[in-house]
Design a protein around this ligand. Sequence first.
Ligand code: ADP
Ligand code: MG
Length: 341
Amino acid sequence: MTDLNTIGEIGLIDRIRQATPAPQHAETIRGIGDDAAVFDWGTDYGLLSTDMLVEGIHFDLTYVPLKHLGYKAIAVNVSDIAAMNGLPIQVTVNIGLSSRFPVEAVDELYDGIRAACEAYNVDLVGGDTTASRSGLIISVSVLGKVPKDLITYRNTAQPNDVVCVTGDLGAAYLGLQMLEREKQVFLADPNMQPDLSEERAYLVQRQLRPDARTDIVHELRDLGIRPTAMIDISDGLASELLHLCRQSGTGAVIFDENIPLDDQALLAADEFKISPVTAALNGGEDYELLFTVRPQAFEKLSTNARITAIGYLTADPDQVVLATKAGQQTPIRAQGWVAGA
Ligand code: ADP
Ligand code: MG
């Protein structure tokens, strides 16, 4: 038998994709391989995406409030719809519950789910409920839509496109480090109070209650800009950039000094003795958007504080590099996912 870790998550998904027959329906425009599946819905394209959160793998209930978890479960799914340049319409929520969860816990979870549905203007329309032997499992599916002429895939970027990211990166990972540290302190001495001061609030919030960037989808539409390619940043900038480049057949030059980092992230990175750029590249869970635009289109975005140009695409698919101020270039590599880690 082959250990899952020898092929990793990407290898495993590739294996499933290769063994999956071509779509039987003319309506199926895209299947496995992008942030959401795409189907022909008349004047619009329909979008369908699903994501699962498993206790002990994706979250730790010792410091994750259920309300935040409910919100996050919806936000991370909506993020995949935004990554197709679409907007969400409906969600279904499947939950697996072990007997240690009282009714009130489920109420709390759904408070968060409902808050997110309101924030993203999406209807909760169904789901499934089951018992679980391994704690809490939440799986959300989201249905969305996008006008056909605005659909944005991962594989349609071109050399010379400007590479942009929304918001700032690395904060969610540093927030997780902070929460993990406080947990260790608490486990060592349960009388200790967590030291999550105001200055840390942003990092912790980025980890516990991320937001999907549907605001950027609206903004790009208002400006009449359709990105040439887009993906959401769930696994870190490095991994998402490599997906976009590999699928588009391009290379990229990213300037490390341009990667947007919050002041609190800089302070925390210093404290944890990790490079803030590494946190941005490999940390994950920021749920910002990584997208590319033609250089002419970027002119309309250059004054937008929520969008940062971090580099450009090149024609050489073997060169996805991080460039330093001093002109040094180092290849960007993705950190692998590990089964059960
Ligand atoms: P994201 O990080 O955007 O949620 P994933 O890396 O989970 O995307 O998935 C990449 C692609 O692979 C998507 O098209 C997704 O639908 C597909 N995929 C992931 N897991 C499976 C699976 N178990 N079976 C079939 N397709 C899958
Ligand atoms: Mg995605």
